[in-house]
Design a protein around this ligand. Structure first.
Ligand code: NDP
Ligand code: OXD
Length: 306
C-alpha cells in the first residue's frame, strides 16, 4: 500500500514518522511531482497539480475538519474525501467558546480595565436567562460546544440542516427555522462548514435579528461573516462585540478594522488545532478499516459541501 503526504505549511517529518510507525507495512513518502500515484493521500491545501497526477487515489485524508478549500479543487475521479472527525478538536473548541462566552457574560474585560487603573469595581451580576446562546452547526464540534455551554446552565439553542434532539439544547432545523433561532439568541456561535448555503450567513439582516446586545463568536470560516455588517451593527449599538478566530483572508491583513476595534477580540485561527498524535491514530485506523473493507466515519459528501 502506498501513501503520499502533501500538506502545505506543515512540518512533514513528524507526520511521516508517526504514520510510518502506525502503518509499518505501508510505503509512506512525501509527494514529489511526477511520483507514481498512491492509494491514499494525507493532505492539507494541496496544489491542483498533485490531484491531477494522483489519479489512482482511493481516499484523500484532510488533516483538518473543514474541507471547503479542498472541495474547490478538481479531485481524482474515484477518490473519497475524509475529514478529521474530532481527533481532539472538540474539547479545544468547547474550551475556546466557553471561555469567550464567559469572558463576555462575566464582563472580565471590564474588570481587567478597572483593575489596570487601580479601581476595585462592582458590577451587578447578569442573569443567564438574558444570555441565550445559539450554536449554528450541531455537528462533531457544535454539539460538543452546545453541551458544554448547557452545563454552565445557559439557555442554549442549536441550528442544523437535519433535525436533532440534544439534551439541554433547544434545536431548530433548516432555513425555515433560522429566523426563530436567531430571534431566540443573544450570543451567536458559528460552527458551520463553509458551503454555498452558509457563505455570508452572518450578515446585516441575520445579525440584526439577534437580541439587543447580541455578541458574535465565529470559529468556523471567515467567509461566514460579512465583516462590514458586523462592524456596522456594533457601531450602531445593536451588537455589543465579537470574538473572531477565523477571517476571509488569513493572516488577517494589517490595517483591517478588526485588529483595533475596541469591541472585537481577534485570535489567529487557533480555537481547535490539529493534534498530531490523535490525527495520525485516526487516519491510520481508518486506512486499516478501509483495507478490511469496513465503513469509516467522516466521509465528505461533495454534493452538500461537507
Ligand atoms: P460537521 O460536518 O460535523 O458539522 C456541521 C454541522 O453544520 C452539522 O450539524 C450540519 O447539519 C450543519 N450544517 C451544514 N450545512 C448547514 C446548513 N446549510 N444549514 C444548517 N446547518 C448546516 O463539522 P464539524 O463540527 O467537525 O466542523 C464545523 C466547521 O468548523 C468545519 O467545517 C470548519 O470550517 C470549522 N473548524 C474550525 C476550526 C478552527 O480552528 N477555527 C477547527 C476545526 C473546524 P447536519 O447535522 O444536519 O448535517
Ligand atoms: C480545520 C481547521 O478545519 O483547522 O480543521 O480550521
Amino acid at each position: 500500500m502506498r501513501i503520499t503526504f502533501c500538506c502545505t505549511n506543515t512540518q512533514a517529518a513528524p507526520w511521516l514518522a508517526g504514520l510510518r510507525t502506525a502503518l509499518p507495512q505501508a510505503s509512506i513518502e512525501p509527494w514529489q511531482p511526477g511520483a507514481v500515484s498512491a492509494d491514499y493521500a494525507v493532505v492539507w491545501a494541496p496544489p491542483q497539480s498533485f490531484l491531477d497526477e494522483q489519479t489512482q487515489l482511493k481516499c484523500i485524508f484532510n488533516i483538518g475538519a473543514g474541507v471547503d478549500a479542498l472541495l474547490k479543487l478538481r479531485l481524482p475521479f474515484k477518490a473519497k474525501v475524509v475529514r478529521l472527525d474530532d481527533a481532539g478538536m472538540s474539547a479545544q473548541m468547547a474550551e475556546y467558546v466557553c471561555h469567550a462566552v464567559i469572558r463576555h457574560f462575566r464582563e472580565f474585560d471590564g474588570f481587567a480595565a478597572d483593575v489596570a487603573q487601580g479601581i476595585w469595581s462592582f458590577r451587578k451580576p447578569r442573569r443567564r436567562a438574558e444570555f441565550p446562546i445559539g450554536v449554528m452547526g450541531l455537528g462533531v464540534l457544535g454539539e460538543r460546544v452546545a453541551k458544554a455551554l448547557a452545563s454552565f446552565e445557559f439557555p442554549v439553542n442549536g441550528w442544523s440542516r437535519s433535525a436533532k434532539v440534544i439534551e439541554g439544547v433547544r434545536c431548530f432545523t433548516g432555513p425555515e427555522q433560522l429566523d426563530a433561532f436567531l430571534t431566540a439568541t443573544r450570543v451567536l456561535v458559528c460552527l458551520l462548514p463553509l458551503t454555498p448555503d452558509t457563505r455570508d450567513i452572518m450578515r446585516l439582516e441575520t445579525l440584526a435579528r439577534l437580541k439587543p446586545g447580541g455578541y458574535v463568536i465565529n470559529v468556523a470560516r471567515g467567509a461566514h461573516l460579512v465583516d462590514e455588517d458586523l462592524v456596522t451593527l456594533i457601531d450602531r449599538g445593536h451588537l455589543s462585540g465579537a470574538t473572531l478566530d477565523v477571517f476571509r483572508t488569513e493572516p488577517l491583513p494589517q490595517g483591517h478594522p478588526f485588529w483595533h476595534h475596541p469591541k472585537i477580540t481577534v485570535t489567529p485561527h487557533t480555537s481547535a488545532r490539529t493534534l498530531l498524535d490523535e490525527s495520525i491514530a485516526q487516519i491510520a485506523g481508518k486506512i486499516q478499516a478501509m483495507e478490511r473493507g469496513e465503513p469509516v466515519a467522516g466521509i465528505v459528501e461533495p454534493g452538500r459541501g461537507y
